[in-house]
Design a binder for this molecule. Structure first.
Ligand code: ZN
Length: 478
């Protein structure tokens, strides 16, 4: 994801602009891990720096490098380890299982091992160097999601190190192809379901948001993801010599269509989880923002509309209460003296589960009102599945661990504004919860998929403690 900060005021957290500043994928420069720079003694931090140095950029990098870092650690602690190759060399899934007594079904904790590429010249440190600076770990994946992987791995290893008796197996999964590519968890689930079948699973998703002063405001646990659906818009015209322009120039037509779409705002669409999230956010905010956050999910349409105008200045909050429309790629023309026969835009629709993409496209066609324009929906990148129940041992364990680690904090379910690879489990009836397991602030959130991505060392420690508590709670013998 791409992120961008936006602070209305100190009481509103942060923002995520999914369309801005996309990093260009870069081919991995080398398949070998870098030599180790100086590392902290903290083992979550040390592991994260190693994971960052294993360049697993997708495309071009190798998730096998990640598996090679993880395997000996898990084997040394008595986990059953399995590396699952895919038809693409260098892309592997990695599974480590710590056996319980089998009285309960397993719990699975998962993190993708691939990362997006970098705009290297815009970084102030080596993005694959695992650099520690100013009490932060820097590098591609620090937040998304090698930091999360390091926390999950350490929490799982601590179960073995501290000899916690387990009622259920704890399965750790490092996934390939989450950022893009065919050998993702859907592929894994089709080929190796038995190894990843569980009562419930934990993945990336919700946030532990902190203010600039480091105070944690809330913990959100995602129970569903928005659906990412590409829409292709094509303007058709006459291909001819550019010295004789005609009225049907497709580049003009496409520009007019996109300009009209840019002025359209989708209506408020509030899910039950989002209502809880905004009410929790309202409790941690000061007036008048607390009122707006409550009204925007309330039953009074006039108050909701007024609140929407304020709340939606924050791009993250804006994205949580409606379907969104973002042009992401535009193509048209090939020579300076040729008017092309067509021009094309790819528009990324992010849909609240339960909304109808075809209905949104019908609305866009009506707004554009141009017969030279065609619009074609691609299949949903992430399948339509119901939200995961909050009434499970894992959800409750996460909630309790969050309240213990961050006393007084609001804990709330959440609809994740982007997509994850949770669909492989949710579509098979296995509840999946999402959390990036470290307190993060608006600035750090901005850098996810961006430049100088970083996570704080203190946050990694807090996250490891919280996750260890949650795993003991959900998997330990009572
Ligand atoms: Zn991710």
């Amino acid at each position: 994801m791409t992120t961008e900060p936006w602070r209305l005021r100190a009481t509103v957290v942060c923002a995520l602009a999914l369309s801005a500043g996309a990093a260009l994928p870069a081919r991995a420069q080398s398949s070998a891990p870098r030599p180790a720079p100086p590392t902290s003694n903290d083992s979550t931090v040390a592991l994260l720096t190693e994971l960052i140095r294993a360049n697993s950029s997708n495309p071009g990098g190798s998730t096998e490098l990640v598996a090679k870092i993880l395997a000996p650690r898990f084997e040394a602690r008595g986990f059953e380890v399995k590396i699952i190759p895919t038809p693409d060399s260098g892309k592997v899934h990695f599974i480590a299982r710590l056996k319980g007594d089998g009285s309960k079904k397993p719990v699975l904790i998962a993190a993708h091992s691939d990362v997006v590429g970098v705009e290297r010249d815009k970084w102030t440190v080596d993005p694959f160097g695992g650099v520690i600076k100013d009490e932060h770990v820097y590098g591609r994946g620090a937040v998304d999601v090698k930091g999360g992987m390091a926390v999950f791995v350490r929490a799982a290893l601590m179960l073995a190190e501290r000899h916690v008796p387990l009622a259920r197996d704890v399965i750790f999964l490092s996934e390939a192809d989450e950022e893009s590519g065919p050998y993702n968890t859907e592929w894994l689930a089709k080929n190796d379901w038995n190894d990843i079948n569980a009562e419930f699973a934990l993945n990336e998703g919700g946030w532990i948001m902190k203010d600039d002063d480091g105070h944690v405001r809330y913990v959100s646990i995602s129970t569903a993801d928005k659906l990412s659906i590409p829409l292709t818009i094509v303007a058709h015209g006459t291909s001819t010599h550019s010295s004789m322009p005609r009225p049907d120039n497709p580049i003009f037509a496409l520009s007019r269509a996109l300009a009209k779409i840019s002025e359209y705002e989708t209506p408020l669409t509030i899910t039950p989880a989002q209502k809880k999230f905004f009410l929790a956010l309202s409790k941690t905010s000061k007036p008048p923002m607390s009122t707006y956050l409550r009204d925007v999910v309330g039953d009074d349409p006039v108050a909701a509309k007024k609140a929407d105008a304020i709340v939606s200045k924050d791009p993250l909050l804006h994205s949580l209460i409606r379907n969104t429309i973002a042009p992401v790629i535009i193509n048209g023309g090939f020579r300076a003296n040729v008017i092309p026969g067509s021009a094309q835009a790819t528009v990324n629709l992010r849909m609240i589960p339960g909304s109808d993409p075809a209905a949104l496209v019908a609305t866009l066609k009506r707004i554009v009102a141009d017969t030279s324009i065609t619009m074609t929906l691609s299949r949903a990148v992430y399948g339509v599945t119901p939200p995961s129940s909050e009434n499970t041992d894992l959800y409750r364990a996460l909630e309790r661990a969050a309240r213990t680690e961050f006393p007084g904090v609001e804990v709330t379910p959440y609809l994740f504004q982007a997509g994850t690879d949770a669909g492989a489990w949710r579509s098979r009836g296995v509840p999946v919860y999402g959390i990036y397991p470290y307190p993060i602030d608006a600035d750090e959130l901005t850098r996810m998929h961006g430049n100088d991505e970083k996570v704080s060392i203190k946050s990694l420690r807090q996250g490891t403690e919280m996750m260890f508590k949650a795993l003991v709670d959900v998997a330990g013998k009572k």
